[in-house]
Design a protein around this ligand. Structure first.
Ligand code: FDA
Length: 366
């Protein structure tokens, strides 16, 4: 059979495209190299706890159209992301807000917090920040930087903040209200049935081949469809002809614990350098689980090298220039559409990837 579309990658981009194509009466073959669908939003159900295997995923958007779109596939709960940070033996609310400042300086009013931060910034006398450390210090002062930013950022990048460029942190939002809601988005929540069920519904009606690496069967698979939607790595598609695009990676260490509540919150950041992981996720709190056991994941930020899972594109000058060269090739490729975080070499939140896939489907199918 000749399909209308061969979709490489059963992640959110590929699934939204497949769903839209099906609505237009088109046929799709989806190939996925992993042994499961849903890409990085995959959740496995462990005795009733949805474990976010590739990192915590909280859906949030301010776009009503995207919120309505995703709600077709699942009901969402009222989870609000309110992470906390542990620095040595001190605990602070995130994002940086009046709860954080009140705990840090034993103050109560926004005016007191603003005065404290302004005083610390003035004492430093930084006029032109030369690196990330100076940039962060000039935005938030010494205490917030030392306790909540420095160690965490150094673990994330594997380098000292003095060696990191200042552009990584352009702004550091400070909130002068007692509001621990991490996101400013209008809509937020976790799908009650889990993300995998959403992708399963999106893909219904498409033929799916798991454990199938497109590159191992490129000619044969491409010959099965009129057009290819490619959501794998952009540079790999072109045989790394200009060299490899770089990423930061994350290693997840999962553990089942025979206690009902390990840390009292879904997300706890560890902001001192000495603790080797950046965060611990306790999955059951995303869905207010009441199981007698719990599952946690420790996240270790790591260097990426070819062969390990790529997570965050690096938007420095070198990688941006390289990506632009590959994007020129992609624009010229015939009968191939490039999409998603790997195909576009771009960090997308889930709502952004849905919007991009809908735009792409609209341009292609209407
Ligand atoms: P995705 O990577 O999911 O799918 C691509 C698929 O293609 C993969 O399944 C891959 O195996 C497959 N593939 C690649 N090459 C192939 C080949 N050669 N042959 C066959 N298959 C191939 N967003 C958000 O809104 N809220 C959040 O809280 C988070 N949290 C978060 C945490 C972490 C650690 C990360 C890294 C990212 C997030 N995100 C997020 C972002 C979210 O993960 C992202 O928007 C989507 O998963 C992107 O979906 P894609 O389909 O683009 O890629």
């Amino acid at each position: 059979m000749m399909y209308d579309y061969l979709i490489v990658g059963a992640g959110l981009f590929g699934a939204v495209f497949a769903h839209e194509a099906k609505k237009h009466g088109k046929s799709c073959l989806v190939v996925e190299k992993r042994n499961h669908i849903a890409g990085n939003i995959y959740c496995k159900n462990v005795d009733g706890i949805h474990v976010h295997q590739y990192g915590a995923h909280i859906f949030h958007t301010s776009d009503r159209k995207i919120w309505d779109y995703i709600n077709q596939f699942s009901e969402f709960n009222n989870y609000i992301n309110s992470p906390v940070a542990i620095y040595k033996d001190e605990l602070y609310n995130l994002p940086f807000n009046m709860n954080t400042f009140s705990k840090m300086w034993n103050i109560q009013t926004p005016a007191q917090a603003k005065a404290k931060i302004a005083e610390q910034i003035a004492d430093l006398g930084i006029t032109e920040p030369k690196n990330l450390e100076e940039q962060a210090l000039s935005l938030v002062g010494t205490d917030v930087y030392e306790k909540l930013i420095k160690g965490y950022t150094e673990k994330q990048w594997g380098r000292s903040c003095r060696e990191l460029p200042s552009f990584i942190i352009r702004r550091l939002p400070l909130r002068f209200t007692y509001d621990n809601n991490y996101f400013n988005s209008r809509y937020q929540g976790i799908p009650v049935e889990g993300y995998t069920a959403i992708v399963e519904k999106m893909l219904s009606g498409a033929d799916i081949r798991l454990n199938t690496d497109y590159f191992a069967h490129k000619e044969e698979l491409s010959a099965l469809a009129h057009k290819t939607v490619f959501t794998g790595m952009l540079d790999e598609y072109f045989g790394f002809c200009y060299g490899s695009l770089e990423y930061r990676s994350v290693r997840f260490e999962e553990e089942r614990l025979e206690c009902d509540n390990y840390q009292g919150n879904a997300v706890v950041n560890y902001t001192d350098r000495e603790v080797p992981y950046t965060r611990i996720i306790e999955h059951k709190h995303f869905t207010f689980g009441t199981q007698p056991f719990t599952i946690i994941s420790r996240e270790y930020s790591s260097e990426w090298k070819p062969g390990i899972e790529p997570y965050y594109p690096i938007n420095d000058a070198k990688n941006s220039a390289l990506a632009a060269k590959y994007q020129e090739l992609a624009a010229k490729a015939e009968r191939v559409i490039f999409g998603g975080r790997l195909g576009n070499y771009k960090y997308y939140d889930m709502d952004q990837v849905i919007a991009a896939a809908l735009d792409c489907a609209d341009a292609e199918l209407s």
